[in-house]
Each structure stands twice: as structure tokens, then as C-alpha cells.
Design a protein around this ligand. Structure first.
Ligand SMILES: [Zn+2]
Length: 393
């Protein structure tokens, strides 16, 4: 008799556990993202191609570049970024057709529009030699033109650009890229190809020493940063620049959220490298929902193991800063071989990343072996646990 009761109890337990619905999953968990560049000149077939391939591969959200270094149209009297708005409005029906969440990706402190450069040259950053980034071609890049985060007018200008995107119906969020200072030191793996020696901080790459920043710092600490013998060794001057940029980011994110949209940013690979290389203290950005560290590890001369290390450091830095934002690791498709996609997705998830973001859809499309889309679809299915049969079946 005892045996029968025991048997019935076991059966009941089994039935209960099988009938129990799993707890509702956090929708952000295991979400797959990709960056993509949008162009007004792109034909409908191309739009359809990228969005349909993304959907087939299990990509949930696309971060679409709509303002880059070379705006295609710009209203010269109001500064409204008409090209960016048109690109997003063009993409929305494709996103809806394929059930993809769409985010608008804009360049932030790096702004090249000629109208702005001509109207407000004093808003642009100046290096420790007193040269404006408008007057020199930094790293021989035409698009390296950077706005100063100290100036309230700059913050207002960027809030306006974010707001005109965030007010578009059907858009999920606005994503801030190039939200930093120009590289005082380039990622280490790029020094040779760019022909630079950056064993320490050199004044031609050290920004922002504009009149506003110098005056604001002097008012606070009584020193003109231009007079500092070793600016990097001055903790107050480093902190001032981290805080100025974090303030700009926080203000623009608040504007995005005021329009009911998700605020996110693409940031440098790890919190400490970001502060060191581009004066970007992203763990202390306020009002932000998601940070996407661009862990393009080979550009840093890093081994593969650093992908999870950088992810873990980012998650811990957000926690230490008391940030409610979550982290989603971003990787460069060229650094993720098609037969190792799942390995990288799993290692970042184990290190605390909520999802995974690919740079970029175009990179996937161009992958040499021609198998990337198929490999991606298989990896994503396993990553999301969709390859397993559940109890109900
Ligand atoms: Zn400045």
C-alpha cells in the first residue's frame, strides 16, 4: 500500500512540474541585435533583403544608422536632420513587415554637418596645442569633427536632433554613437595601420581645451588646464572631462525617454579603456536604458578571452555606479568566425550580457564563406533555447 501512495505522489509531482508554466522571461534577455547603415539611396529590394534576412536569422532588433559623418540632406536654416528622419520613416514599414524592433542610430558629439560647422565653429573641441578639430584633419579623417560637451548650446542642439527622431511613431528607441571625445589614444591594434605612435598622451590628440572648458575648470579649481605639465596625471582635470561628457549623454538620453523611447549608446569596449582612450565614463551615463560596448577585440590586440572579461567588467561597473541600465555586448562580425558564433554569444551571456549585437548586417552579408546567414540562424536558435522541445510537446 505504501508503495502505491509513493507511486501516486511521484506521479502527481511529475504532473505538477510539467504543467507549471515557466516564469515569464525578461524580454531583453537573449535578445539579438544588429547594427545596420541606412541610406536614402538604397532601393526597396535592398531594404527588404536586410530586414527579411535579419528576421529569418532570429535577429530581434535593428539599430539603423540614419545620421553619419556625411549627411545626405540638411536644412540649412533650422538644422533639422531631414535625411535622418526620411531614412527612419523609410525603414519602419520594413521593420513592421518582418516584426523587427527598430532603433535610430545617430552620431552624437562627432557632428560634421557643414551648416553647423559654419554657423558655430566655436562649439567644436580644441586640443592642448590650442588647435580646433575644425582646422586640422585629425587622424587624416574628414569626419573627425567633435562638439564640446561643456557648452549648453551643444547639449540643446543634440537634444533637438534626438527629439526629432524620438518623436517618430513606430520607432522603439534612439541609439547614440560617437558619444565621446576624439581618441586621445587609438585602440592599440590600429596604431600601425594609422601610422601613429601613442605610447603616452600627446597634446595634438588631447581635447577639449576650448575657452568654455578652460574657463569652467579654472572657476572650479583655480587652474587653467592649458598650464598643466601632465594633464593626464591631474585627477580633477580627468574627472572634469568624464563628467562633462556623462552630463551631455544623460541630458540627451533624458530627452529620448521624455518621448517614450528607449535610450541606448554604443560605447568603447571596457569601462577603464573607454575612460583612458576616449574620456568616456559610460557606467556613469544617467537616464540610459542599454549600453552596447563595442567589444571589437582584435582592434585592441586582445585575445578571444577578453570578450567575456570586458563584458564582465562592464556589468560590474554599471552595478558599482548604481545604474539601472543593462549591458548588451557588441561584436565585430569579422572577428567572429561563422563556426564560432554560438561560442561568443554564450561567453558574453555567461559574463552578464543580456543579449548580443552584431556589427553589422552588411558585414554578415559580405562574409567571405557565404554561410554566415545560415550559421547565424542555427546559432541564434540554440542561444535562445528554441532548439529544445519543451514539456508540453
Ligand atoms: Zn570644450
Amino acid at each position: 500500500m505504501k508503495k502505491i501512495y509513493y507511486f501516486l505522489a511521484c506521479m502527481l509531482l511529475l504532473a505538477t512540474s510539467c504543467a507549471t508554466k515557466p516564469e515569464a522571461k525578461d524580454p531583453a534577455q537573449d535578445k539579438v541585435w544588429a547594427w545596420m547603415s541606412g541610406k536614402l539611396s538604397m532601393e526597396d529590394e535592398k531594404w527588404d533583403h536586410y530586414f527579411s534576412k535579419a528576421a529569418q536569422s532570429g535577429i530581434d532588433a535593428i539599430i539603423l544608422e540614419c545620421h553619419s559623418g556625411y549627411p545626405e540632406i540638411l536644412d540649412s536654416t533650422t538644422f533639422v536632420d531631414s535625411a535622418a528622419i526620411k531614412i527612419i520613416k523609410k525603414a519602419i514599414p520594413f521593420a513592421q513587415k518582418y516584426g523587427i524592433e527598430l532603433h535610430a542610430w545617430m552620431w552624437t558629439s562627432n557632428r560634421c554637418e557643414m551648416t553647423l560647422r559654419k554657423a558655430h565653429p566655436d562649439w567644436y573641441q580644441v586640443n592642448a596645442k590650442g588647435e580646433s578639430c575644425l582646422d586640422i584633419k585629425l587622424y587624416n579623417r574628414e569626419h573627425y569633427r567633435w562638439l564640446c560637451p561643456t557648452r549648453p548650446e551643444v547639449i540643446e542642439y543634440l537634444k533637438d536632433r534626438a527629439a526629432e527622431l524620438a518623436s517618430i511613431d513606430g520607432l522603439a528607441g534612439v541609439h547614440l554613437d560617437f558619444i565621446r571625445y576624439p581618441d586621445v589614444i587609438l585602440p592599440y591594434g590600429l596604431h600601425k595601420s594609422r601610422g601613429v605612435v601613442q605610447d603616452k598622451v600627446y597634446p595634438q590628440w588631447d581635447f577639449c581645451y576650448c575657452d568654455s572648458c578652460r574657463a569652467a575648470f579654472k572657476k572650479l579649481y583655480g587652474t587653467d588646464p592649458m598650464d598643466l605639465q601632465d594633464p593626464t596625471a591631474n585627477a580633477q582635470w580627468m574627472q572634469y572631462r568624464w563628467d562633462a561628457l556623462a552630463h551631455l549623454a544623460s541630458e540627451v538620453c533624458a530627452e529620448i525617454k521624455a518621448h517614450g523611447k528607449i535610450a541606448s549608446a554604443a560605447v568603447f569596449a571596457s569601462p577603464e579603456e573607454s575612460k583612458k582612450l576616449v574620456r568616456q565614463d559610460w557606467a556613469n551615463f544617467k537616464n540610459i536604458d542599454i549600453v552596447f560596448p563595442m567589444i571589437y577585440h582584435k582592434f585592441y590586440d586582445w585575445g578571444d578571452e577578453m570578450v567575456s572579461t570586458a563584458t564582465r567588467e562592464g556589468v560590474e561597473a554599471l552595478k558599482e555606479a548604481g545604474s539601472p541600465a543593462y549591458l548588451c555586448s557588441g561584436m565585430f562580425v569579422g572577428h567572429v568566425p561563422s563556426d564560432r558564433i554560438l561560442e561568443f554569444m554564450d561567453s558574453t551571456r555567461n559574463a552578464g550580457s543580456k543579449g548580443f549585437c552584431f556589427f553589422s548586417l552588411e558585414g554578415i552579408d559580405r562574409a567571405k564563406d557565404g554561410q554566415y546567414w545560415d550559421s547565424l540562424a542555427k546559432a541564434v536558435k540554440i542561444y535562445k533555447g528554441l532548439d529544445k522541445e519543451d514539456c508540453d510537446k
